[in-house]
Design a protein around this ligand. Structure first.
Ligand SMILES: Nc1ncnc2c1ncn2[C@@H]1O[C@H](COP(=O)(O)OP(=O)(O)OP(=O)(O)O)[C@@H](O)[C@H]1O
Ligand SMILES: CC(=O)N[C@H]1[C@@H]2OC[C@@H](O2)[C@@H](O)[C@@H]1O[C@H](C)C(=O)O
Length: 368
């Protein structure tokens, strides 16, 4: 593989929502994205999800080993159905993320996957950044930079991913590379859907507030909202900053006395409010907020974000992207960067002292 030659890379992400594995191909040289390719999704079964949940908050032990096996099997199944990839970028499943303690754990062994797929697998993307004092997250921002260039933006824009956790990437697309000072500012803004999902699951057994129907039928409790959004030091903290899925679990108690509809509306408003506080940290207001991740399917939440944002708020589909697959594509892109020795994070994205790479490369036995 020559250093500049674009190749089809396959990426896979098992996100904090624990819904399943997203997989996507892109044609990339690790600097630019040239084409978007095949995608696939493999949901976790309820039994598998329970095994994954039992591992959350843990970095080792029987629960983690059992969950890692679920992750490896699910990835092998979905990735083996996509042919023609030169390399696989495998994020794994985060079970424990405490960068301040030097801990970030993504389970699933890349060597096991390399054997199963008989392909080169790049994995463990976050450890090096954390070891060097960074947050280890978010890592999609270098890919967001490439997407902004692909779309031809000339003005500052921001990507907002509303997954289990929400994260924001502010981009100056005129910068000549993502690692340049001032090109990117990225950080986790607060909860995305996780607090809503968990509240709805505990009270109704459903996995989410489908299409935001509960939130749309509820009334926001202004006092509780104020306490949730103003009371947290995290939102005022100057980036870099990142979160674990179960941070802010206390929000469930704050809405415990509300009806499920009012609780859904209040939690959605708190997510939107925390995103608005995140937008205040941008160097300049973005001229467009491009929303990706499952939260863009919750119209009540989208309306609340739009009401608070300083610019138009649109789903990424409006600019030709697939909002279910950007994270999977990001790890395909980052895998290529790792193979080419390019950085995958920078002071503006994870707070690491200088641009750094990371990732481990596993090759199937018998392949040089
Ligand atoms: N139709 C819908 N209505 C409301 N919410 C939805 C809908 N579809 C998806 N979601 C929300 O999106 C979540 C999944 O989002 P996504 O797949 O982006 O998360 P993730 O990638 O696992 O998380 P992260 O980005 O934090 O790793 C679901 O758990 C749910 O809360
Ligand atoms: C530690 C970890 O897995 N963080 C995830 C999580 O999910 C969203 C947000 O929190 C983001 O920081 C990150 O994922 C995306 C893919 C990222 O690294 O950009």
């Amino acid at each position: 593989m020559s250093r500049q030659e674009p190749v089809w890379a396959l990426g896979a992400m098992s996100g904090t929502s624990l819904d399943g594995v997203d997989a996507a191909m892109i044609l990339t040289d690790g600097r630019r994205v040239l084409e978007f390719g095949e995608t696939a999704y493999r949901p976790y079964s309820d039994d598998e999800r329970a095994v994954l949940r039992a591992a959350l908050g843990r970095s080792a032990g029987a629960e983690v080993l059992a969950a890692a096996e679920v992750v490896e099997i699910a990835h092998a199944e979905v990735l083996s159905g996509i042919k023609g990839a030169g390399v696989v970028g495998f994020h794994g499943q985060t079970t424990d993320h405490r960068p301040g303690d030097g801990v970030t754990v993504q389970i699933g062994d890349g060597q096991v996957l390399a054997e199963a797929l008989e392909r080169t697998v790049v994995w463990d993307f976050r450890s090096n950044d954390v070891a060097l004092g960074g947050q280890g997250a978010p890592l999609a921002p270098f890919y967001h930079f490439a997407l902004a260039r692909w779309a031809g933006f000339r003005m500052p824009v921001a990507f907002l991913n509303v997954g289990g956790v929400a994260n924001l990437t502010w981009i100056d697309p005129e910068a000549d590379a993502p690692e340049r000072p001032g090109a990117l500012l990225a950080f986790d803004t607060g909860p995305g859907n996780a607090r809503i999902d968990d509240m709805v699951a505990a009270r109704t057994g459903a996995r989410m507030d489908v299409d935001g129907a509960l939130a749309a039928a509820g009334v926001v409790d202004g006092d509780i909202l104020e306490a949730l959004v103003s009371g947290e030091a995290f939102f005022a903290k100057v980036p870099p900053k990142s979160l674990d899925r179960n941070d802010f679990a206390g929000w469930a108690e704050a809405v415990a006395d509300l009806t499920v509809e009012d609780a859904a509306a209040t939690l959605a408003a708190a997510t939107a409010g925390s995103i608005a506080r995140g937008l205040e940290h941008c160097p300049r207001p973005p001229e467009r907020l491009l929303v990706t991740g499952g939260g863009r399917r919750n119209p009540a939440l989208m309306e609340m974000i739009a009401a608070l944002a300083p610019c138009p708020v649109v789903p990424v589909e409006e600019h030709g992207f697939d909002g279910d697959m950007i994270e999977a594509q990001a790890f395909a892109f980052l895998a290529m960067r790792v193979l080419h020795g390019l950085p995958t994070s920078a002071p503006g994205t994870t707070g690491v002292a200088a641009p750094v790479g990371g990732g481990r490369v596993s090759r199937p036995r018998g392949v040089a």
